[in-house]
Design a binder for this molecule. Structure first.
Ligand code: ADP
Ligand code: PHD
Length: 622
């Protein structure tokens, strides 16, 4: 094994601060070598680095390892055939590259029961009797093995990595067999199963980094969450105390790596009420935030395949611009309503510690990205005192421009008065309940909420009168969010049956929520009128309106088929960014077009015209 590492953690400079870098599934899946060759070496000399990785994804998250693991978990209940009585396969121990700890949550090394060795599953006699999940595990294994062979050159490192992947997948098979025997996949075992994704991806990333001369250490967090009685712990107990204790425990574990760069699984062990249920997909963002908070890092960087947060999803709006600086409130609303650039729980954990979050692009490492900045009021309010730039956190890194110079480059940010972004949330159903009025209506809403809560149904938007309530909820049948599309339909059917005790229930599927987000909207007279008139001009019917719950968000529900058209029209009319908008010059910073609409600078002529999708847009203001 390569024993000479020329890249180590900066432990000699007393001023070196922690920098936490989180890499999402598609980044690790497609750009692991670039991360090891370019990104880590660019920061390692000036910082103490900690990397957090998600499970690998290929071209999209939907085709990624976590989804495959969820599919395997659901296949446990599909008893197509009896499991074969394969020979006992010993799990190899490993004390080399990956110091494996035995975990409470059930990691290797000892399997207590017979299992089918992976390498015999494709054999002719076994194929007919293997449960379906074995093919899914085989897919995960072969995908990781080929990624390892493509990216790791050192034969010793590669051999050790291959052994790890094989033994982890063997163990996963045995875990799934066990679940099949007891015919149960609990939320906790589902958590354990998805944890394999981060485990495999971090082992791969550690090996790739070591192969490139970076002294990296694999850190699994399966055991790091402070001990508590997971089974008896009540749902909803993930309070700030819990998060603080995780942050402290994870930071303590990371400090033990000394000069080695920790490669940390974004999956963190058993959580009261289950990680998937309590935090949901994208939990590695949250873990990276807790780590940044625990280490008091100078910055949390979230590396993605997009330059940062845009004024609209750049896949859907070709004229979308990068937003250089955004407030945590705005970023949170965007993530809740469809622009899932950062997991919603992430912001709170770092912003309360005044740590900025920077979204960066693995394909454009020198770009500034988007900074989610604590105390953003100092930046955007034109009536505020002049900004004391020196009071803003400055990022001392090779390829990140300090926030203060971001503001100098974009002085118009200080005058920004338009909404920041527009977003679409798909897979929405409107659920209407009309009270049957057999009793006084007090308690009507409480009962409705009680039913929805008992089925774990989250309300995205609500509009209500004394006897009627309309709610926009996620279509669990359409989305495959937690790998439960068919069970999602059953849950909704049962919830509807229960709600029918209180009134007439109607469902309207195939809807989308369109949301306009911006902290200045609270003072902008006419902005909601502008948004709804724009939709009317496009011939788009508004099915439900909900305004006022958040001062930084105006939302409504429209037919899903109109979503892209609505997004483009509102982007042009309310943010003042159109294809030929004069006065809103984008600045190219090496890959990402950066710009920010400024009412004073928007030429009326540029906003007039057809949006390219059939909608006519009038200038703003009317
Ligand atoms: N307002 C927005 N700004 C930037 N990206 C957005 C926005 N809304 C939706 N997106 C989408 O979010 C995705 C997030 O980036 P990606 O790197 O693919 O995620 P992950 O790290 O989870 O793999 C992008 O594909 C982008 O199209
Ligand atoms: N692998 C998990 C956790 C995660 O955070 O993923 P990502 O960073 O790719 O959004 C998921 O798919 O949900």
């Amino acid at each position: 094994m390569s024993s000479t590492f020329n890249l180590r953690q900066n432990t000699t400079d007393p001023d070196a601060q922690w920098l936490v870098q989180k890499f999402g599934g598609t980044s690790v899946g497609k750009f692991a070598l670039e991360i090891a060759k370019q990104i880590v070496p660019a920061y390692i000399h000036q910082h103490k680095l900690a990397l957090v990785c998600s499970a690998r994804s290929g071209s999209t998250k939907a085709l990624g390892t976590t989804n495959l693991l969820l599919r395997a978990a659901s296949q446990v209940r599909q008893r197509a055939s009896k499991p074969s009585s394969g020979s006992q396969t010993p799990i190899s121990g490993c004390n080399g590259l990956f110091r494996r700890s035995r975990s409470r949550s059930g990691s290797p090394p000892v399997t207590p029961f017979a299992m089918t060795p992976m390498n015999s599953i494709s054999g002719d006699t076994r194929t007919q009797v293997s449960p379906e999940f074995t093919a899914t595990v085989q897919l995960i294994r072969s995908e990781h093995l080929s990624a390892a062979r493509e990216s790791v050159k050192d034969p010793d490192i590669l051999q050790e990595l291959e052994d790890e992947i094989t033994s982890d997948c063997d163990w996963l098979n045995s875990y799934l067999f066990a679940a099949q025997v007891i015919d149960e996949i609990s939320p906790r075992s589902k958590d354990n199963i998805i944890g394999f994704g981060e485990r495999l991806s971090c082992k791969l990333m550690t090996a790739i980094l070591r192969d490139q001369g970076v002294d990296a250490e694999y850190v699994s967090l399966e055991d790091v969450v402070p001990a508590f009685d997971v089974d008896s712990a009540a749902e909803g107990s993930l309070d700030q105390l819990f998060y603080d204790s995780v942050a402290a425990a994870v930071a303590q574990r990371i400090r033990e790596c000394e000069s080695r760069v920790p490669i940390v699984t974004g999956f963190f062990g058993p959580v009261p009420g289950s990680l998937l249920r309590q935090v949901g997909r994208g939990y590695t963002d949250l873990l990276s935030a807790l780590l940044a908070a625990g280490l008091n890092a100078s910055e949390l960087q979230i590396w993605k395949e997009v330059d940062g947060i845009f004024t609209a999803d750049p896949r859907k709006v070709s004229t979308a611009r990068l937003v250089p600086v955004i407030s945590p409130d705005e970023a949170a609303e965007l993530t809740y309503y469809g622009s899932e650039v950062v997991h919603p729980f992430t912001m709170e954990q770092v912003i309360r510690k005044k740590i900025p979050i920077r979204i960066k692009n693995v394909q454009n490492p020198s770009g500034n990205g988007t900074v989610i900045l604590p105390e953003p009021d100092n930046i955007a309010d034109p009536t505020a005192d002049p900004i004391d730039l020196s009071s803003l956190p400055s990022i001392n890194s090779l390829s990140s421009v300090p926030i203060s110079s971001t503001l100098q480059t974009y002085p118009h940010l200080g005058k920004k008065r338009l909404p920041s972004a527009v977003t679409i949330k798909d897979n929405i159903i409107i659920l209407n309940v009309n009270s049957n009025r057999t009793r006084v209506s007090h308690g009507f809403l409480a009962r409705i909420f009680g039913v929805l809560d008992s089925f774990g149904i989250v309300i995205d938007l609500i509009s209500t009168s004394e006897v009627h309530v309309s709610m926009a909820i996620e279509d669990m049948f359409e989305g495959e969010c937690n790998g439960s599309s068919s069970s999602g339909k059953k849950v909704l059917d049962r919830a509807v049956a229960e709600l029918q005790k209180y009134g007439t229930v109607t469902l309207h599927p195939h809807m989308s929520i369109v949301s306009l987000v911006g902290k200045h909207m609270r003072n902008m007279i006419g902005i909601s009128g502008r948004m709804f008139t724009t939709l009317a001009q496009g011939g788009i019917n508004i099915e439900m309106i909900s305004q006022g719950a958040s001062e930084v968000n105006i939302s409504c529900v429209i037919q899903a088929r109109d979503a892209i058209k609505a997004l483009n029209m509102i982007h042009q009319s309310c943010l003042g960014i159109g294809a030929n908008t004069p006065g809103v010059g984008g600045v190219d910073l090496g890959g990402g077009v950066v710009g920010c609409a400024n009412l004073a600078g928007v030429g009326v002529g540029g906003l007039r015209g057809v949006d390219g999708r059939g909608g006519r847009v009038s200038p703003w203001p009317f």
